[in-house]
Write a protein that binds this ligand. Sequence first.
Ligand SMILES: [Zn+2]
Length: 78
Amino acid sequence: MTTTSKEKRYCASCQHDTQHVVVVARKASPFRNEKHRSLKEFFTGLINGWAAGPLLAEIDDHERHVICEQCGTKIVQG
Ligand SMILES: [Zn+2]
């Protein structure tokens, strides 16, 4: 599952605020190769969330790829 959005933020390469594409993607998942994995992942995430706390689960399961639209510099967070 991948979601994209855009946000304006500082780019170290351009050295000013530019428009960035933000891609939030799940990290490697044990259900990656299964076709109908969404529901399973949802429940797994839910259980992990209960066990570890919502914030920790969020950090653990996702990483943010922030790509500058001007120069293409990619920053991976998480
Ligand atoms: Zn840039």
